[in-house]
Ligand binder design. Structure first.
Ligand code: PLP
Length: 389
């Protein structure tokens, strides 16, 4: 995969000096924290965008049938899901959809169940909508994260808890939930009338022998499921993409659609439309190369830290690595300061994903092998009492 050489010229969030200064105390730290990539985008997407810009102006657009057909084929070929056009609502972002769902289907102080350590914006959305965070923390057993089903069942039974948000593949721990695990999740939601929101934004980055199962495969058993997804992460389009909410229940969809209309959230952006349609029709080869590159990066890092006291939680999906520093540090703030200052590399502190992530760090590996090897060497050197040095 070719690295985008012009990244330094762009005003990217991950390298914004004031963000780096406030998070890491150093405006020039090498950023490996925000979940976007350093690779050039797929050539067919770039070509289609150039053509769209150079050929015409930008009047109001709708999403044509070809756009939907491309999505439908992608889901059929990759996930054995028969997408129904009627079920898709477009939303500016996944977090927008989650806020709208929470506001429409729960009341202030109701409990929303999340599975920390998990993508921090779930927590922010719940707080901003004045609902209550109910935690069903993941269990780490033999370097493998698992859902605590007994705890989930207990939390789901409580009358005050109304929604479960799952993340599949799970950011930051990299699990790809199996069909059996999802089956249990759906059963618990159904038995307790819990609205299930499945955030599947990382669905296309599935590594090694793992297989992705969409919650859409369960809608025949239970209608109160909303799948939120987008191509942003897959094709490095975070700066121009929108997202999809897939809702099979007419009743749920009508309510969400009404709110989207109320705030005029459904407008189409011409460049987003072109980029997404092209990624679905012509992005497959680029994606296969990407996955090979990420797998190779995972293997390289695993070898590099094999004899150190940093442990790798092997990812099943996503391009994030979840690194375990529990053998090295006892204090999470000390870990963050020592690793950031000592290495000059900006990683996410695990506790940003909830206190269950304390003493872990997340590293973005969607970049060149040279860069990740160089970075992990610096990180190892920054870690005290590392026997490999
Ligand atoms: C699990 C997950 N959901 C959602 C998002 C963000 O999506 P959006 O910008 O559409 O809200 C991210 C971004 O990192 C993510 O990791």
């Amino acid at each position: 995969m070719k690295i985008d050489k012009k990244l330094k010229e762009l005003p990217l969030t991950k390298s914004n000096p004031s963000a780096l200064e406030s998070l890491f105390g150093n405006g020039y730290i090498t950023p490996m924290w925000v979940a976007d990539m350093e690779f050039q985008i797929a050539k067919p997407i770039q070509d289609a965008l150039i053509e769209r810009i150079s050929n015409s102006g930008f009047g109001y657009e709708y999403k044509p049938e070809s756009f939907f057909i491309a999505q439908k084929k992608w889901y059929e070929q990759n996930y054995q899901v028969d997408l129904n056009k009627k079920h898709i609502l477009y939303s500016p972002s996944i977090t927008t959809t989650i806020s709208v769902l929470i506001e429409n289907f729960t009341s202030v102080s109701d409990g929303i169940i999340i599975q920390p350590p998990v993508f921090m914006e779930f927590r922010d959305v719940i707080r901003n909508t004045k609902r209550r965070i109910t935690k069903n923390p993941l269990k780490l057993i033999d370097k493998h994260y698992q859902i605590d089903f007994q705890d989930l069942e207990e939390k789901a039974k409580l009358e005050t808890n109304k929604v479960l948000i799952i993340c599949n593949p799970h950011n930051p721990v990299g699990r790809v939930w199996t069909k059996e695990e999802l089956n249990q999740v759906v059963r618990i939601c159904k038995e307790n009338d819990i609205l299930l929101i499945s955030d599947e934004i990382h669905k296309d980055i599935i590594l090694f022998e793992n297989k992705f199962t969409s919650a859409l495969q369960f809608i025949k058993d239970y209608e109160k499921i909303v799948v939120c997804t987008s191509e942003a992460k897959t094709f490095n389009l975070c700066g121009i993409t929108d997202s999809m909410a897939i809702i099979s229940s007419d009743e749920l969809r009508k309510v969400v659609s009404r709110t989207f209309k109320k705030y005029n959230l459904g407008r189409t952006n011409a460049l987003t439309r072109v980029a997404l349609e092209t990624s679905y029709t012509s992005g497959g080869t680029w994606l296969n190369n990407l996955i090979e590159t990420i797998e190779d990066n995972v293997v390289s890092i695993a070898q590099e830290i094999e004899n150190s006291n940093i442990q790798l939680i092997k990812p099943e999906g996503t391009y994030q690595l979840w690194l375990d520093f529990r053998e090295v540090f006892e204090d999470t703030n000390e870990m963050f300061a020592k690793v950031s200052e000592g290495s000059g590399i900006g990683l996410n502190a695990g506790h940003w994903f909830g206190r269950e992530g304390a003493l872990f760090m997340r590293m973005n590996i969607a970049t060149s092998k040279d860069k990740i090897l160089n970075s992990i060497t610096k990180i190892k050197k920054a870690v005290p009492n590392d026997t490999s040095y």
